[in-house]
Design a protein around this ligand. Structure first.
Ligand code: ATP
Length: 321
């Protein structure tokens, strides 16, 4: 089994996720360990960000219902090869580490990332079981220059998929975040694992908040979860499969047709279109009104010098109203 060192904690979560109270004695007996060991593993689970209650005389219960990702269900719904590694450092890192053996389209999914990451070494907070974390490997024949456009195209496709699921008001923040009501709902992180000839080997990581506890630590900006936007219950396995499918078809479309039609689709969803923003570029900043993106995937800013385009991995866009 994958994740052998975490087998007991994962088995415990399997039982607790079925709901109700479970005594330390019952859990210990079913897993062949002592009650003291169960108590220690419960602490470990709490360190993964899961809220577990203990009531004297009754036992342990999850504070919130949890639907786990299920390998068998995913096998029936995901067309490409994938690895479900419940506890991982980072799904992007898994692909980077294994890319020499992977085929384009391979996906890694996790329940918890201990070192989930954002751009430029920032952290992506990834508690167990409450969000989605997945990464796809993609060999982009068009090469590295096309990678910027690709990260924008993925944002458009994910936002549109959520819209089609009936989630209203999902927007995009350049270059690669999904927003709702000015709060971050999801992040996309595109990384390179090297270049083979002209092609670029890319990893496209997605973290989408589904029902993250409000008490989570470590996020220094407004954020939200799908559960705050729609009352419709979300099936995590179905949504994971939909995200994988969306990524796969979008990347193929991008390879065939380029940015073309994506520019208008991006601009329709731009969270900051017509709003005052500033771009942080190293230790400089440029202020202006956001005017969407161009065919290269650059962000357009109307400044006192006219409309200017900006592109590059070092640029961050901030609200400036
Ligand atoms: P930029 O505009 O340069 O992309 P950013 O702040 O959006 O800046 P990212 O690298 O895209 O940075 O994302 C990482 C940041 O997102 C973290 O520093 C944190 O503030 C925030 N963050 C981390 N985890 C989550 C999460 N699960 N949900 C929402 N926001 C998060």
């Amino acid at each position: 089994m994958r994740n052998q060192p975490h087998a007991i904690k994962l088995a415990l979560l399997g039982t607790l996720s079925k709901g109700g109270f479970h005594s330390g004695e019952e859990l210990g007996a079913s897993l062949g360990v002592s009650r003291a060991a169960i108590s220690k593993h419960i602490k470990g689970i709490q360190e993964w960000g899961v809220d577990v209650h203990r009531v004297q005389g009754k036992g342990y219960q999850l504070a919130q219902p949890m639907q786990l990702l299920d390998e068998n269900t995913l096998k029936h719904t995901i067309d490409t090869k994938f690895a479900l590694v419940p506890v991982i450092e980072s799904t992007n890192q898994y692909i980077l580490d294994n890319s020499s053996e992977l085929e384009s389209g391979f996906v890694c999914l996790a329940e918890y990332q201990s070192k989930g990451r954002g751009r430029r070494g920032r952290q992506w907070i990834s508690p167990f079981g409450s969000n989605l974390y997945l990464s796809m490997y993609w060999q982009l024949d068009a090469g590295m220059a096309a990678a910027m456009g690709l990260s924008l195209v993925v944002g458009v496709a994910l936002a549109e998929s959520l819209e089609q699921l009936g989630v209203p008001g999902v927007k995009l923040k350049w270059p690669n975040d999904l927003y709702h009501d000015d709060k971050k709902l999801a992040g996309i992180l595109v990384e390179m694992s090297g270049q083979a000839g002209a092609a670029a080997n890319l990893v496209i990581g997605v973290g989408l908040n589904l029902s993250m506890a409000e008490t989570v630590d470590g996020i220094s900006q407004p954020w939200t979860s799908l559960s705050n936007i729609t009352a419709k219950p979300v099936d995590r396995n179905q949504l994971a499969a939909l995200l994988v499918k969306t990524l796969n078809t979008t990347l193929q479309d991008y390879e065939s047709f380029g940015m073309g039609e994506f520019v208008a689709r991006w601009n329709r969803l731009d969270n900051y279109l017509g709003r005052k923003v500033k771009l942080l570029i190293g230790n400089k900043s440029v202020e202006g009104v956001a005017r969407g993106i161009d065919k290269q995937g650059a962000v357009l800013l109307e400044t006192e010098q006219g409309t200017q385009s900006f592109i590059g991995g070092e640029i961050s866009l901030r609200n400036n109203e």
